[in-house]
Design a protein around this ligand. Structure first.
Ligand code: SF4
Length: 449
């Protein structure tokens, strides 16, 4: 045990707070699942920084925190848990809702537009109606923390080579059949946290070590995030892994605190959010990675339990608000790999969001409820990239592949020479100076310094 702790201390200084597994899977209350995910990630070569630390996890083989106050079949936490969560600040009144009839709460955060009767919980799992008031249970209680390369978001045109302090709570607006982070996205916050025991508020300077049991009772308030990001050498923070819309109040608080402190904020999202809350959030966001999961309403409904049009509206709104946006499209065989749909999506992106919008095609790997679907063939991805370029998009990438040499290379659209070369999530060559190509001087779209 002592040896494990020492190993952890070393790794804390090198790679972040919770090293040792693919960070998005650093999930409390699901240790067995997390171990499985780490194996998958290692097999796929996706571990990046964390891969070097595999096997050094604290709590390995036990120390699995219990989720307090969970009663099977109940919508809300029991009274004792509720009081504790209120005192910790993890439960607080939500933004963007209004009272309805007979104590109902009408939520205006995402396009689901839920009308929740007292005692009911939204499908996002984090918003509940208690006594006629809508509360969020996802405030200041992250279940995943890590310092990632910004390329891992992925963002290729935003402070390349920098690190981003990345965090998530449980819950998500969508319920994707192929979710890679279902261990946290498809959980209630109470399943990842345990407020019992001494309060532990994370602040800079960071403690020398944290166990999984510590993490389960840990609070991280927005005003403490910028100093932690700086202490880890991160130029930005990223609300990511599950979906920052589901933990909207926390995301907004973090973005405001970071704007004041001079730290950039990134949102990695499915983009399923109503216009009013997004207009409130966008002015304090610096960059967004948006998952455009396809270009067909029916597929969005069946594959993701969501809708396409609000996502397209969010993309346009973010762009108009001056947020740097990169788009990811996961090509799922049999679901989102139809060439016609990909072509229409690329044409829409070029016209409505702009030809300088980076588009990352991502290779599907079997996950969650789509384990029977084979990985995306390389030919499909290469064809998609060719179609995107033909549609006028200037920066097109292929992710989750190891055997396409230029898949992650940025090419200057003017002189066609490589300006940024990457190996997995590391920048290996950067020929960009003051936002311009070092070869020909052309302006390159992005936020480079
Ligand atoms: S955020 Fe969306 S899913 Fe959650 S309660 Fe509000 S409308 Fe419903």
């Amino acid at each position: 045990m002592a040896k494990e702790a020492n190993s952890f201390l070393r790794v804390v200084g090198r790679a972040g707070i919770f090293p040792g597994m693919e960070p998005a899977r650093t999930t409390l209350g699901s240790w067995d699942d997390a171990r499985c995910s780490r194996r998958e990630a290692l097999k796929l070569g996706l571990c990046g920084l964390a891969g070097a630390a595999a096997g050094l996890l604290p709590g390995c083989g036990g120390d699995r925190p219990a989720a307090a106050g969970i009663t099977a079949g109940r919508e809300l936490p029991d009274d004792a848990t509720w009081d504790l969560w209120l005192r910790r600040g993890w439960a607080r009144e939500a933004l963007h809702w209004e009272p309805g009839n007979a104590g109902a709460a009408c939520c205006g955060l995402c396009p689901n537009g839920c009308v929740l009767e007292p005692g009911r919980r939204g499908p996002c799992r984090v918003r509940v109606n208690r006594g006629g008031t809508l509360f969020t249970l996802a405030y200041a209680n992250p279940c995943s923390l890590h310092a990632d390369p910004v390329e891992k978001k992925p963002l290729f045109h935003f402070l390349p080579g920098s690190k981003s302090f990345s965090l998530a709570t449980a819950g998500c607006i969508f319920h994707c059949l192929n979710c890679q982070n279902w261990e946290i996205s498809q959980r209630r916050p109470e399943e990842t946290k345990d407020a019992t025991g001494p309060e532990l508020r994370l602040k800079a300077p960071l403690p020398a070590s944290l166990s999984y049991a510590d993490m389960a009772r840990l609070s991280l308030f927005p005003e403490d995030v910028p100093a932690i990001a700086k202490s880890l050498g991160c130029a930005s923070i990223a609300c990511t892994y599950s979906d920052p819309v589901a933990f909207y109040e926390y995301t907004l608080g973090i973005a405001r605190a970071c704007r004041t402190a001079g730290v950039k904020t990134i949102m990695v999202t499915c983009g399923s959010i109503q216009g009013k809350p997004l207009r409130e959030l966008a002015p304090v966001l610096d960059a967004a990675h948006l998952d455009l999961k396809g270009f067909d309403e029916g597929t969005y409904r069946r594959l993701n339990s969501g809708r396409l049009q609000p996502v397209l509206d969010a993309l346009v709104l973010l762009r108009q608000a001056g947020v740097w946006v990169e788009v990811v499209n996961l090509v799922v065989p049999g679901w989102t790999d139809q060439r016609d749909g990909i072509r229409r999506m690329c044409a829409w992106l070029a016209e409505k969001v702009g030809p300088d919008t980076p588009l990352h095609f991502s290779r599907f790997m079997p996950a969650y409820q789509l384990t029977q679907v084979a990985p995306t063939p390389l030919e499909t991805l290469l064809q998609a990239r060719a179609d995107a370029r033909a549609a006028g998009l200037r920066y097109v990438y292929i992710g989750n592949v190891r055997d396409v040499p230029d898949a992650a290379t940025t090419v200057c659209p003017a002189c066609h020479k490589p300006v940024v070369q990457r190996d997995l999530f590391a920048v290996t060559k950067l020929d960009v100076a003051a936002g311009r190509c070092r070869h020909c001087g052309a302006v390159l779209a992005g936020v480079w310094s």
